[in-house]
Design a protein around this ligand. Structure first.
Ligand SMILES: [Zn+2]
Length: 212
């Protein structure tokens, strides 16, 4: 993930936790905003796969899959600032990512200086009278042109938080639960309890445990 709190080279407990948190957010949107029901979460060995098995979606072409992907990740800048529906989702992703930026990210279209400025100013970003964040509230902090650049950059960041190619490609073979991810020696397992799943407890194969 381009935005994460840790600085590890491969995967660690921190980024896996953040990936799980994101998976929960996407699942909420798939269920709450798109009305999908048959949703499974699988820990792949080094990340999370959300598998949607609702019949009507299984038949769809990759174009619609791409649209769904863009919707749930908030890959487009909203066309209005009324904090409802898609705009509301975008605000949530935007704020979450703003507070997770470390300044080390390489985001196409967003220079390091812009990201550093955002970090410097993020604690000044205020909530409105109803304790909500609103898109327009950020504009006054960094100026209108940089604000637009920031929105565009964050939309790209939003999309890059998931592996988009796998999500829309109909020819990919998905990792099967119980199989082993050979690069990291972790097992692929279905996540039954989204709230307190811990891969280091359930996905470490016995032969690795014995070596530790
Ligand atoms: Zn990490």
């Amino acid at each position: 993930m381009p935005i994460r709190s840790c600085n590890c080279d491969n995967i660690c407990e921190i980024c896996l936790n953040e990936a799980l948190e994101l998976a929960r957010i996407y699942i909420d949107i798939l269920k709450g905003n798109l009305g999908l029901k048959n949703i499974h979460l699988v820990y792949s060995g080094r990340g999370y796969h959300i598998r949607v098995l609702d019949q009507f979606i299984m038949k769809e072409e990759s174009e619609l899959r791409g649209e769904i992907l863009k919707y749930i990740t908030c890959a487009d800048v909203p066309t209005n600032e009324i904090p409802l529906g898609y705009t509301n989702l975008f605000i949530n992703h935007f704020v979450r990512n703003i507070f997770h930026i470390t300044g080390r990210e390489k985001v196409e279209g967003a220079n390091t200086k812009l990201l550093k400025d955002v970090i410097k100013n993020r604690n000044k970003i205020e909530k409105d009278d109803n304790e909500n964040y609103q898109l327009g509230l950020f504009r006054g902090k960094i100026g209108p042109r940089r604000y637009k650049n920031l929105l565009d950059a964050m939309a790209r960041v939003n999309l890059s938080m998931v592996d988009g190619k796998v999500s829309i490609d109909l020819k990919r073979i998905l990792r099967l639960p119980s199989s082993l991810h050979s690069k990291v020696s972790m097992k692929c397992v279905e996540v039954k309890n989204l709230e307190n799943f811990d891969p280091f407890k359930v996905a470490v194969p016995k032969f690795v445990e014995e070596k530790m």
